[in-house]
Design a binder for this molecule. Structure first.
Ligand SMILES: Nc1nc2c(ncn2[C@@H]2O[C@H](COP(=O)(O)OP(=O)(O)OP(=O)(O)O)[C@@H](O)[C@H]2O)c(=O)[nH]1
Ligand SMILES: [Mg+2]
Length: 558
């Protein structure tokens, strides 16, 4: 047994103080939650703060970086269950045209003023007090306005990670998922970085392999028009297996190269940095990586960089400190921040997972000797985004959902799930509802409860939501006026650039092949907490070029 290390009195005192402060916030959260709880008097008081310990067990101060959200009350759960039987009401395609409206009147926690004279304890106290006040004001405001408040990160430690990353970065990459970019781009964050911190922002539209080129181009121009001074880069951290004749290894998709994306990002960064720094080494690296991928050389062996969380310290930001460019990667959970870093690096250096909230403390990785990348934990910013949608956006770990049917409804009212999943209305139902969809899928996939042999509705729901999150069933959103102008976007000159990045290669049967579409049923829950590198390699899936793109689900095997 390891010997206990002696603790100094000072350290003990600091530890106690930190604990007391944490408790202070927790008590406040409980109070706030129970005040906003509309449950009737008979319902026992519910602490309503949920924590998810998703970080590795050996992590620093287990629980310290846990994801924290308000928990649904028992009454809300009962209501959601009840509603699961209500028929689906299909919504028009126009409904998928969205703006940044969910962030209207919402800001986010920023680091309160500090100075070098403050002791660490004073600083901690200050930040705790600020965060508690922030939550209180947000709660009051949303109650007064009767506005829906979506899930958002309640853990001060996670916000501190963001503050630190924003402080040390010279350029900030805000990374969003192309399927739903405005739900992941808080305008307040952009304004804060640009106007208050006076730093440049590159918006990365990631996972562009998942949507049609015209959608990508329309979103790109939406952001360029709406946010003057923003740079936009397109990215996909997947690799065409066909194009490169690569095998999917036990370690998951090869992240060796997506040179087009790296090059595009490089150009954006270069135009910001100008001649202030010499970025030749980075450019050379990209060209070397592209050449290596053409020769089908193996990527370097997996070598995960384990970086301990940096000390909690404060220092004035100095642009290009010691001649090094620091690029921070920030964004919502699961948008692919860590994957982008691995792609830029050319091999796996940081851990990636299908489960939202995987990176829990920020890590710095040197790309070249004078360019370093900072991988920030994903953060859910306060917004009015409906919770059912938040799950599909990857903001909430699917396996932790108590009632998944609200999210199934969200998808089912926007996509023709019976045809996508090739399911028939089960005998007990007269019309399609979230429950009917899940029961039908459970029957189709043979998800049956062990004792009763009834359809395992919950497992089926979980499975469908995983398929949506992973992009095997694509639910995407569009910028305003997209539906009418779709044909114009299809002929936009930028389409060629997107297609080049998407690197889609048709095989002889006229089918598209790419790596991320693979999924096997027994991965639905297992993958929730694991690093993708240890996930079982799954068989490739093929997506027909036209027609029902989801008939691939027929190909799934257990
Ligand atoms: N289709 C597709 N999937 C991607 C792409 N980039 C990342 N992913 C997948 O998205 C999931 C999340 O990727 P991560 O890189 O762990 O995301 P993250 O933003 O670091 O997530 P957190 O650490 O939880 O904040 C993983 O399953 C990735 O394989 C992409 O370009 N295309
Ligand atoms: Mg990550």
């Amino acid at each position: 047994m390891p010997r206990k290390v002696a603790y100094s009195g000072k350290k003990k005192k600091e530890q106690l103080m930190a604990k007391r402060q944490r408790k202070g916030t927790q008590n406040y959260l409980k109070k706030f939650a129970s005040e906003s709880d509309d449950s009737d008097d008979e319902t026992p008081p519910n602490p309503r703060v949920e924590k998810f310990h998703l970080q590795p067990a050996e992590s620093h101060g287990r629980g310290r970086y846990a994801l924290q959200f308000f928990k649904d009350s028992d009454k809300e759960i009962a209501q959601m269950k009840q509603k699961a039987r209500d028929p689906l009401v299909y919504v028009d395609l126009k409904d998928r045209e969205v703006t940044d409206q969910p962030f209207e009147n919402f800001d986010f926690p920023i680091r309160p003023p500090w100075n070098y004279k403050m002791s660490k304890e004073e600083l901690d106290r200050n930040e705790n007090r600020y965060f508690t006040d922030y939550l209180q004001k947000l709660g009051e405001q949303h109650q007064e306005e009767g506005k829906h408040l979506g899930l958002f990160e309640l853990n001060l430690e996670s916000w501190r990670q963001l503050w630190r990353v924003l402080e040390i970065s010279d350029i900030v990459l805000i990374i969003v998922d192309i399927r739903s970019p405005t739900y992941m781009f808080p305008p307040a964050l952009f304004t804060y970085i640009k106007s208050t911190l006076k730093k440049d922002v590159v918006l990365i539209l990631n996972k562009i392999d998942l949507v049609r080129p015209e959608v990508v181009v329309a979103w790109k121009h939406y952001f360029l028009d709406k946010y003057p001074g923003i740079s936009v880069a397109l990215f996909a951290s997947y690799q065409s297996r066909k194009a490169n004749n690569m095998k999917v290894t036990k370690r998951g998709p090869n992240v060796k190269n997506n040179g087009e994306c790296a090059l595009e990002l490089f150009k954006q960064v270069k135009s910001i940095v100008g001649s202030e720094l010499n970025l030749t080494k980075w450019e050379e690296k990209i060209h070397e990586d592209i050449a290596a991928s053409m020769l089908e050389m193996d990527a370097k062996a997996d070598q995960e960089v384990v970086v301990k969380p940096e000390n909690y310290q404060l220092e004035e930001h100095v642009r290009y400190k010691n001649g090094v460019l620091t690029i921070g990667c920030v964004g919502f959970p699961n948008v692919g921040k860590s994957s982008i870093i691995n792609t830029l690096k050319g091999h796996k250096v940081v851990s990636v997972s299908r489960t939202p909230g995987h990176t829990k403390y920020f890590q710095t990785i040197y790309l070249t000797e004078n360019v370093r990348l900072v991988d920030c934990p994903g953060l859910i910013f306060p917004s009015s985004t409906p919770r059912g949608l938040q799950v599909i956006l990857g903001s909430y770990p699917i396996a932790q959902l108590r009632v998944p049917y609200e999210s199934i409804r969200f998808v089912g009212e926007r996509l023709d799930l019976p045809s996508v999943l090739s399911i028939q209305l089960p005998p007990d139902y007269s019309e399609w509802s979230p429950l009917a969809i899940c029961d039908a899928w459970a029957l189709r996939k043979g998800f049956l409860r062990a004792k009763t042999a009834h359809p395992d509705t919950y497992r089926a729901a979980n499975n469908i939501l995983q398929l949506v999150l992973q992009g095997r069933i694509v639910l995407d959103f569009f910028p305003p006026e997209f539906v009418e102008s779709e044909d114009t976007w299809k002929t936009h000159p930028d389409i060629a650039e997107v297609e080049k990045i998407q690197n889609k290669e048709l095989d002889n049967a006229g089918q598209l092949v790419h790596d991320y579409s693979s999924h096997s049923d027994n991965e639905d829950n297992k993958s929730e907490s694991s690093d993708e590198s240890s996930e079982e390699a799954s068989k490739p899936a093929t997506i027909p070029k036209s027609g029902n793109a989801f008939s691939l689900l027929d190909d799934e095997s257990d």
